[in-house]
Design a protein around this ligand. Structure first.
Ligand code: UGA
Length: 471
């Protein structure tokens, strides 16, 4: 069944959601207060790099199932409204800034009376502290026929379309699961997601706070897993172990699982860092700060890995001042042009602050990098040109084209074949054979210069690429 629906806030989450809902056959209108973004989307120009999104956008526009507006009055016809607004870290602390979300709910509330009490579902998708949905529902409670449901989003950048159309679960947070009004709201959202539910995605109905906490805990768990293996990295570096051996072996235990155990320069992006901080702030507000106190350590380990790259660079070069360093990668992860809290850009900036001449290259993210660090570091689109003359090369975002670099050809371009693999994706022996001095996070250079015992025993069969399969 076709539903007329709106998506308010067409940033990363909202734009992908709007295009995916149109793909499911719905009549979708996307709204944003950013007129430039709306004009671009309406012209079929994706404001970010996301595999598969451009095609969905084009199809949606062609079939006229998808259109965009800046005017809330255009939303009155829609029966379902998704809230896809950002909840960034507040300027004055760790908590989440809910002002965009609150403003959107208030603006929507202005146009809903025009529906004359017809059943209307408002669906929150943003990541919010527990208690937010109940407060937002109160802002809508004077409107007849309007129900707020909280449906957190779990999509990963780079897989956003796939995660939206075939998610591994759907979570519906309601005011009171026993209430008939909740049942009606759930049925309405089930209709919208019929094309998703047919793929057997489990759908869980729970209270608002549980739904909000599912999202916060999922991201906190992922961040903790990454910082856990990165803390182990620190032990590996001082004992001479190889963290990729440790990760592979512990990941074979089903209870632990192999995913999100890729040691390296750590997590970044617009979600994990700010979400763990908002989770901590929320715990503090509820008087149970110590319950999530460990997340402070998770954040600290993550921060230390970035600083570790700078220390390694200093060790390798005997001081970075005035030295030419090339950073491979600007995006916070491959297959994305997102540079929000990117470990790569952070390290590049730290190296520059320490006096190095830094060149950053990236296949997709240089435009965004320019906005963040332009003027501070050199930005070079072409990988070969970026490598030319480098005294040290630092791989910080594991794009395929950097994994696939030919060490011999790369050696012919740089001034000195020295490399730090900040993501553990290159095969150190292959690079050493080609004449490179290579250091990796969590893989100590043994005094003998020989690989670790475990690696020698299996003849180095565990390649960089097989580690990539653990994503
Ligand atoms: C994350 C979650 O994975 C999504 O489920 C969630 O919906 C999203 O945040 C969100 O809240 O919107 P995303 O930010 O796209 O998704 O990125 P991830 O794939 O989680 O990667 C985050 C960071 O961790 C990246 O910098 C990545 O390089 C790093 N990472 C990931 C590691 O350092 N090691 C790993 O093993 C895995």
């Amino acid at each position: 069944m076709t539903t007329t629906l709106s998506v308010i806030g067409v940033g990363y989450l909202g734009a992908v959601h709007a295009a995916s809902m149109a793909e499911l056959g719905h009549d979708v209108i996307g709204l944003d207060i950013d007129a430039e973004r709306i004009a671009a989307l309406q012209a079929g120009i994706p404001p970010f790099h996301e595999p598969g999104f451009e095609d969905l956008l084009a199809t949606g526009l062609e079939t006229e199932r998808l259109r965009f507006t800046t005017d809330y009055a255009d939303l009155a016809r829609a029966d379902v409204h998704f809230l896809g607004l950002g909840t960034p870290q507040r300027a004055d602390g760790f908590g989440a800034d809910l002002s965009h979300l609150e403003a959107a709910v208030d603006a929507l509330a202005e146009v809903l009376p025009a529906r004359g009490g017809a059943p209307t579902l408002v669906v929150g998708k943003s990541t919010v502290p527990a208690g937010t949905a109940r407060k937002l529902a109160a802002r809508l409670s004077h409107l007849e026929g309007v129900y707020l449901l909280w449906n957190p989003e779990f999509l990963r950048e780079g897989f956003a379309v796939q995660d939206t159309l075939t998610p591994d679960r759907l979570v519906y947070g309601v005011h009171d699961p026993e209430d008939p009004a909740a049942e009606q709201a759930v049925a309405m959202l089930d209709d919208v997601y019929a094309g998703v539910l047919q793929h057997q995605a489990p759908r869980l109905v729970m209270g608002y706070e549980a739904a909000e906490l599912v999202k916060a805990s999922a991201n906190a768990f992922l961040a903790t897993k990454i910082s856990f293996i990165n803390a182990v990295s620190e032990m590996c570096e001082v004992t001479g172990a190889d963290v990729t051996d440790v990760a592979r072996a512990i990941g074979m235990d089903d209870r632990i699982g192999a995913k999100f155990l890729r040691a390296g320069v750590g997590f970044g992006g617009g979600c994990l860092p700010k979400d763990i901080r908002a989770f901590m702030a929320s715990a503090e507000e509820h008087g149970v700060g110590e319950s999530l106190g460990f997340l402070r350590e998770v954040d600290a380990v993550n921060e230390r890995r970035r600083e570790r790259v700078v220390t390694l660079a200093e060790e390798l070069l005997g001081g970075v001042e005035g030295r030419r360093i090339t950073v491979l990668g600007a995006a916070f992860k491959p297959n994305s042009d997102d540079t929000r809290d990117s470990p790569a850009l952070d390290v590049a900036t730290r190296l520059r602050t320490a006096g190095a001449e830094v060149t950053v290259t990236d296949p997709q993210a240089l435009e965004n990098a320019r906005r963040r660090v332009g003027g501070l570091v050199e930005l070079e689109q072409d990988t070969d040109a970026a490598l030319r003359g480098a005294e040290l090369t630092v791989l910080l975002t594991e794009w395929d084209e950097y994994r696939d670099l030919d060490p011999a050809q790369a050696a012919s371009l740089v001034a000195s074949p020295r490399l730090i693999d900040g993501r553990n994706v290159l095969d150190p022996s292959a690079w050493r054979e080609a004449g490179w001095e290579i250091r990796s996070l969590g893989r100590a250079e043994l005094p003998s210069g020989r690989p670790s015992v475990a690696k020698a025993a299996r003849g180095g069969a565990f390649t960089a690429r097989s580690q990539a399969a653990l994503v």
